[in-house]
Design a protein around this ligand. Structure first.
Ligand code: C5P
Length: 319
């Protein structure tokens, strides 16, 4: 049976990846750049429903609110939006789409279906213009990593991609989630462009994720995986899925678990090929995907043909 078929069934291990990706994973394990010291137990054998309830109970979408040092001393309470992310939409959203940037979404004709959702989440610099037929054109929220704010190639200040949407930024912090250490030495310095953007666009909801939230997700991935996962933050895709599970009644995730269109084309909007984009090298992406596959409530046929997984929102299921 093919790797893709096994992924659809949730029956893969890193040993089935190509040697280059296995080597990259090993190297990240030995480097442990973020000082991860996992204190939990691996390989807890939860069912999909139990895993969902574990996430619902433990996951707390937390953003920098300016109340903790060093942000409190730096006057960040007046830099961050007055309304917290979780209170932006008091009743939350009905059905939501999470659109992954994978090359496999090309030629999917999923655009209309994606736009029919109440809210649509996209990532980083993924465009809609010119790709509407496959990815739709509605964007409610964008999750951006710190490189988007700091790399001039992305034109964060002027690009229309980052206007009229809720922005949620993040940066890999130390596992200790020590905000003083992180502030002094972020992976990419997102703090300065963040404050500048907030000053210029005070009415745009724009948040920075709290490192505690990101590493809490990592802990849960490791607890539910037999193998040692890469000691690096989960991908923006996984972070986004969890944010939408806490804001929506139902979450439709497109091309995270690849469809029959699976390809090494990294992004639908870029001519760059690397299997690591879909299966992970830096991020524990393969393991994230196995957890999402375990919780899938959608039809197998939608998974094969659309690369679609359906997850309930946290408030839709009693645990
Ligand atoms: O590459 P980027 O992080 O901008 O893509 C957004 C998210 O889409 C990733 O974090 C990952 O979760 C998902 N993705 C994927 N397969 C790809 C490309 C992206 O699953 N080939």
């Amino acid at each position: 049976k093919s790797f893709l078929y096994k992924l659809w069934k949730g029956d893969v291990s890193s040993k089935m990846l190509n040697p280059r990706l296995q080597k990259a994973m090993k190297d990240y394990l030995s480097t442990n750049k973020h000082g991860v010291r996992f204190k939990g137990k691996r390989n807890s054998k939860l069912t999909g429903d139990q895993l969902f309830c574990e996430l619902k109970e433990r996951v707390n979408v937390k953003t920098i609110d300016g109340k903790e040092a060093p942000f409190s001393t730096l006057g960040w309470e007046k830099h961050v939006p007055q309304i917290p992310l979780g209170k932006l939409y008091t009743h939350g959203f009905g059905s939501c789409a999470v659109v992954m940037s994978a090359g496999a979404i090309l030629n999917s004709s999923l655009g209309d279906e994606i736009d029919s959702h109440d809210a649509v989440l996209r990532f980083n610099s993924a465009p809609t213009h010119g790709y509407e037929k496959d990815v739709g054109n509605k964007t409610t929220m964008r999750i951006i990593n710190s490189q988007i704010l700091t790399n001039p190639n992305h034109h964060f200040v002027d690009s229309s991609l980052y206007k009229d949407v809720i922005l949620v930024a993040w940066d890999p912090a130390p596992y200790s989630a020590n905000l003083n250490v992180w502030y002094k030495k972020p992976d990419y310095n997102l703090f300065t462009p963040y404050v500048q953007h907030r000053r210029k666009n005070p009415n745009q909801p724009f948040y920075i994720l709290h490192p505690k939230f990101i590493w809490q997700l990592w802990d849960i991935i490791q607890e539910n995986t037999k193998e040692k996962i890469q000691p690096n933050p989960p991908s923006s895709g996984f972070i986004g899925i969890l944010i939408m599970m806490s804001m929506c009644n139902e979450v439709h995730v497109y091309e995270y678990i690849p469809s029959v269109r699976q390809t090494d084309l990294c992004h639908y909007h870029e001519l760059y090929y690397d299997a690591a984009c879909t299966l992970g090298a830096y991020h524990p992406l393969l393991y994230e995907k196995l957890l999402v596959q375990r919780m899938n409530k959608g039809l197998q046929d939608d998974l094969y043909r659309k690369g679609k997984v359906i997850l309930p929102g946290f408030k839709s299921v009693k645990c």
